[in-house]
Ligand binder design. Structure first.
Ligand code: ATP
Ligand code: LTN
Length: 334
């Protein structure tokens, strides 16, 4: 069966973009693939500005709870916290030794995130893509569902896997990125030309998965549109209306064109109310399931412990093979 691996950082509250752009796809892939999903807390500590130890602990639990609430099935798939499986950190070291300074320095995300930090930028941020390669390669991953912005990281994982295999023998499976369809990109409600993002969007531009219905209604009703009042899909001339139409389509599983035809001529007020209601209805079962899970933290902890055991059952042997291939002496032998 095709093996899938993906991860999300516990670095902010999950929003509609994460849900529709990533999680819906993760949940769907469980039907016919062997999926491994990870809360990548070791990646989250590479951003010093966001690294508050108490918050990190809370967010790690919240993100795992959110993944369970949207439908990641811990029996069918593996769900775990990255730092619970030390193989990730150890494999990163092995891969560091086949990674080039030049190729890492060129990574677009590193260039972006290191801007302004000068010489004090952390080695962790520099090494972020190698840790991500370890995540992927440890599980013999075939497919990595991620946003377009992660393309370079997945290519690096493939290059490092290939280089390692070439030098030391076949150990790693070479992964490929799979991107969700373009419509799965949710834009900021206040600035529909940029993506909804927990680090960049203002509070008003972003719908959180756990926002109360009243808040969701308020945010969608004050979403930026334009002065005309026709409802049609045109990303260039009508980015705000198009974004709302795409959100509407995604949460109701109906075609954009059908919704546009149904609401055109009824004015933005009616349209926005309908979008808000649909988003609220889509999030309601997720919020209910979240509340249920959050009331039993022992159960979430138990599920994560089972997930980490199952993750180790795959990653420990892979790491052992990689160490042996590199000539590291197995303990107990001489
Ligand atoms: P940051 O602001 O730190 O970049 P983010 O909110 O953009 O955070 P990420 O943690 O980078 O989210 O992404 C987690 C996953 O959610 C990725 O697979 C990414 O492609 C997806 N994702 C994030 N924002 C959106 C969006 N607006 N539309 C669709 N998918 C998104
Ligand atoms: N860098 C990714 C998160 C991530 C990931 C992974 C995604 C860490 N390890 C392994 C896929 C596979 C991001 O920021 N979206």
């Amino acid at each position: 069966m095709t093996r899938v691996f993906s991860g999300m950082q516990p670095s902010g509250d999950p929003h509609l973009g994460n849900l529709l752009g990533a999680w819906v796809n993760w949940v769907r892939m469980q039907q016919d693939r062997d999926c491994v999903y990870c809360v990548v807390d070791l990646h989250a500590i590479t951003s010093p500005a966001e690294h508050e130890p108490d918050r990190l602990r809370e967010r790690t639990v919240e993100l795992a709870t959110g993944m369970l609430a949207v439908g990641v099935d811990p029996e069918r798939s593996i769900l775990f916290v990255q730092s619970h499986v030390h193989e990730h950190a150890e494999c990163t070291w092995l891969l560091n030794c086949v990674s080039g300074f030049g190729e890492l320095r060129k990574m677009p995300q590193f260039r972006e995130k290191s801007t302004g930090q000068g010489e004090s930028v952390s080695i962790g941020l520099f090494d972020y893509p190698v840790l991500q390669a370890a995540d992927i390669l440890l599980y013999h991953t075939d497919e990595v569902p991620v946003g377009e912005d992660q393309r370079h990281h997945i290519e690096l994982a493939r290059d490092l896997g290939q280089r390692f295999n070439h030098r030391f023998g076949e150990v790693f499976t070479l992964p490929k990125a799979v991107h969700p369809p373009a419509g799965a990109r949710v834009m900021d409600l206040q600035d529909p030309t940029v993506k909804m993002s927990k680090s960049a969007s203002s509070e008003k531009g972003i719908v959180y998965v756990l926002d109360e219905p009243k808040r969701i209604e308020k945010k969608i009703k004050s979403a930026v549109t334009d002065s005309a009042d026709d409802i049609r899909h045109d990303r260039v001339d009508k980015p705000g209306v198009s974004n709302l139409l795409e959100i509407f389509a995604a949460v109701t599983d109906r075609p954009v064109d059908e919704l546009a035809a149904e609401y055109d001529g009824h004015g933005y007020g009616t349209f926005k109310t309908a979008v808000a209601d649909a988003v609220i209805e889509r999030l309601r079962p997720v919020q209910e399931r979240y509340a249920q899970l959050a009331s039993d933290p022992g159960e979430v902890a138990r599920l994560l412990a089972v997930g980490a055991d199952r993750a180790r059952a795959i990653s420990t042997p892979t790491l052992e093979r990689a160490k042996q291939a590199m000539g590291l002496l197995p303990p107990g032998s001489a």
